[in-house]
Design a binder for this molecule. Structure first.
Ligand code: MN
Length: 233
């Protein structure tokens, strides 16, 4: 086979306690999944109609090192519990959904909040606000077989040692099973899909030089920092 250029490398995520790498298919995200966060954004929650957006697979950044993105003056963190699927399908029931999960992780749904606000105001899509390069720093994956089925957990974020976000995963409006079910009504889920499950209240600004630490208690930790913009030179 000849190709006009070298194909992009597949995206792999490290799996804790094993040499295994997890090959990524897609990255799905749910919006407004914690009432307190929806309220702080001035948004109304329609509990019957969850909504989703995507990030490119290569937006995932397992090192946690994030260059400050171009075209924003308001980069925001959103700490989120993340699930990785080993099996997919269409029309997955809530009862079957948890069997699809391979692993849990913690990550940041980084957001160009200024672009998102403008997009909301004008009724435009969120891609540039949410799906930019390096917009999804993510911890190692922790397999269900190692951690057991996770019950309610504390999800937290510190920036430069100060707590900025703290929430309980059982406060999610749509739980993990329901998110997988709803996604499977809209897309054919596949092994390798990664799902960001929404952020609790307390979102805020990240600046160049900030060090962050995201934690899904007892399961996963992500440490990282914001580097100078690649576009600066
Ligand atoms: Mn989010």
């Amino acid at each position: 086979m000849s190709t006009p250029f070298t194909p992009p490398a597949p995206v792999y995520l490290p799996v804790a306690q094993t040499p295994t790498l997890f090959p990524v298919h897609r990255v799905y995200c749910i919006g407004r999944n914690y009432l307190a966060h929806a309220r702080e954004m001035g948004s109304v929650v329609d509990r019957q109609r969850p909504f989703f957006f995507m990030k490119p697979a290569d937006a995932l950044q397992p090192s946690g090192e994030v260059p400050y993105p171009p075209a924003t003056h308001n980069l925001h963190y959103e700490v989120e519990m993340v699930v990785a699927l080993k099996q997919g399908g269409h029309n997955i029931s809530c009862e079957q959904a948890l069997d699809c999960i391979y692993a849990y992780a913690v990550g940041l749904d980084l957001t160009r909040r200024d672009l998102q606000s403008a997009a909301k105001q004008d009724g435009l899509p969120w891609d540039a606000a949410k799906g930019f390069d390096y917009s999804a720093p993510l911890s190692e994956l922790h397999r269900i077989e190692d951690i057991g089925p996770p019950d309610a957990r504390t999800l937290s974020l510190t920036v430069n040692g100060e707590t900025r976000q703290q929430g309980q995963t059982d406060a999610m409006i749509h739980n993990v099973a329901s998110i997988i079910h709803e996604l499977s009504l809209l897309w054919l889920l596949q092994p390798g899909d990664v799902i960001f499950t929404g952020t609790p209240a307390g979102v805020g600004v990240l600046q160049v030089g900030d060090q962050f630490r995201a934690e899904l208690a007892g399961i996963a930790v992500l440490e990282g920092r914001i580097l100078p913009s690649i576009q600066a030179n």
